[in-house]
Design a protein around this ligand. Sequence first.
Ligand code: EPZ
Length: 430
Amino acid sequence: MEQYAIRGGNPLVGEVEIGGAKNAALAILAAAIMTDETVLIENLPDVRDTNVMMQAMESIGVVINRLDRHTVKINAAQIHDLVIEDDYIKKIRASYYLLGALLGKYSKAEVALPGGCNIGLRPIDQHIKGFRALGANVRIEHGLIITEAVRLKGSHIYMDVVTVGATMNVMMAAVMAEGKTVIENAAKEPHVVDLANFLNSMGANIKGAGTDVIRIKGVSKLHGTEYGIIPDQIEAGTFMFAAAVTKGDVTVKNVIPKHLESISAKLLEIGCEIEESDDAVRVVAAKPLGHTHVKTLPYPGFPTDMQPQITVALGLSTGTSIVTESIFENRFKYVDELTCMGANIKVEGNTAIIDGVPRYTGANITAPDLRAGAALVIAALAADGISTVDDIKYIERGYEDFHIKLQGLGAQIELVTTERDLQKFKLKVG
Ligand code: EPZ
């Protein structure tokens, strides 16, 4: 048993340092294998997903040296296998980025069909469409996606939906293809831009990342680089909402405030004060939270990865709010857990109708996925009494030292592994 024990009621106050972006890191790690020269990556978050990704890379012969907790040296000169085993893919969906990276470098790759957080159907048709447009043969056999090409050729690709994964995967496959590639209706997330910047620092020629149209001129070779990953927009947003929900005063440090605009805008709308500086954002929640409506959208819209966190906040606001999830169709599973804590939320299809309640009450709850798990922790921090949160392995996929960072802000939260630990925690917090 590994769970968080939480006693709610303390406003979170202070400063918290935000780490590197998990979803940028996963793609950048994969892209690092596209050269035989050594690549140095800094500001790498030490979370379960990035660690599994590196294990998957090591399994095919990539040499990874961890210089410190957040810095790695990667050398992929000795790759001996172009097949990524099922085990890694089951653990993290993003290991499919190795498909684009290996295809781009060796014109061949075999990767098991992806798993990942259970937040709805997660098709990969746009990845396949992109690889085929570049001239690769793609087939699915025995649960493996097998893709190969004699020589990848640049192409004009129109994405039917805005997809972060397919935009990044196809970008990797295209950087060393012959000629020009244009990706239209591309995702514009900060991590798409970060991957493009990383590949450009390796000698790629990518323009337009961060807009709808990405243009890539194929180069014959990529070289080594040294690169620092951008701060994690969602980790920052999670702490900002933790401040709001606990009526606290929290400054998230080492962030890019521009990436947090949609999050800051919603916090302002519900009555928080926001102060921005060059690389920090302060959230002060002095007044009762007001209600609002929100719809998740691709960047620069409000992120689906912040949907559970804002729902937790709106559950404590005055009035009725509507949250519409437009990216994934099954991302409200945590609402049942929140209901156990006293929330008044009705889910109809992809919409949650939230009638604010004055307070949540502590309960024994289970994290259904990564972001919902973090959101439930925040709810527990605001609740009266003691909660336990199970299945925190999901939270550990994407948050480094989550409970330790929360403790630094005054939260009463501990990671407990036995019933005895839990009893000790209960005695300690009274
Ligand atoms: C990435 O997932 C993130 N994961 C997710 O973060 C995030 O929720 C999501 O982007 C949206 O921002 C990683 O970066 C590892 P998509 P991804 O392709 O790439 C549809 C977290 O909590 N689609 O942008 O899988 C798809 O069904 C996680 O950190 C197709 O139809 O998301 C969805 O409706 C969870 N065909 C929409 O596009 C495809 O081929 C967006 O998905 C691909 C996607």
